[in-house]
Design a binder for this molecule. Structure first.
Ligand SMILES: [Zn+2]
Length: 235
């Protein structure tokens, strides 16, 4: 943004500091202030009327580290949009907004979602949750049968704190975002939760059971540990 100073000179502060910045000129402002617009992920500089461009630029540069740190602290979030590419239970899918169509359908590597664009994210999520429930039920049931344990139900949750849980009533909850992880991570999580049907703790016998149900458990566990947070960016 170019600002016109009292001297009549136009000055491009953004270009001078070398990074994106929103500049607000406020006649009410008594001094230079910097804040972070969390939603726009931008530093906002407020400039009072009588302030030289040089002072404003020096001020921003002085707080450069603070700006950088503050921006890095804002959690990234993302929404599904037309063209978003995801991996859903290991298969690549491109999301396509198809407003005219009825319902949702998968075809040739695309997921076509109907309805108005403002509801696209929610509708994609609803679709993925529905499919995830079916798929996670099938996978969990197969492993539970292997252990000879009854499994009553599989529920899909939308928390930002955990991947799954298993209740003493033989129900398993999964976070829907696990469906976007690689197969190794999904299979590890399923083996983990199903093993809890037999072992309510994280004892040695528990981990032995996990490894028996899914021999590559370590690979999946490691992925989840390193990259799991990236999937939490989906709102
Ligand atoms: Zn556990």
């Amino acid at each position: 943004m170019k600002i016109t100073l009292l001297t009549g000179k136009t000055y491009d502060i953004e270009a001078a500091v070398g990074f994106p910045l929103k500049v607000v000129k406020s006649p009410r402002a008594k001094r230079l202030t910097l804040r972070i617009d969390q939603k726009e992920r931008l530093p906002v500089l407020t400039i009072p009327n009588r302030c030289s461009a040089k002072r404003a630029i020096d001020f921003v540069i002085e707080y450069k580290d603070w700006i950088e740190q503050s921006l890095n602290k804002i959690p990234q979030t993302q929404k599904f949009q037309d063209g978003t590419q995801i991996t859903f239970f290991g298969k690549a899918l491109t999301i396509r907004h198809a407003p005219q169509q009825r319902g949702s359908r998968e075809e040739n590597g695309c997921l076509y979602i109907s309805g108005q664009s403002e509801f696209l994210h929610r509708r994609v999520k609803d679709y993925l949750k529905r499919q995830a429930r079916k798929e996670l039920w099938t996978r969990s049931k197969a492993l539970a049968d292997k252990l000879g344990c009854p499994l009553k139900d599989v529920t899909i949750k939308d928390t930002k704190s955990r991947w799954g849980s298993c209740s003493s009533l033989h129900n398993i909850n999964y976070n829907w975002r696990i469906s976007l992880a690689p197969e190794s991570a999904i299979n590890y999580l399923v083996a983990h939760e199903v093993s809890h049907l037999l072992h309510q703790d994280h004892s040695r016998s528990f981990w032995k059971c996990v490894a028996e149900l899914y021999p590559q458990a370590e690979v999946g566990k490691d992925w989840l540990h390193r990259h799991g947070k990236e999937l939490y960016t989906y709102e």
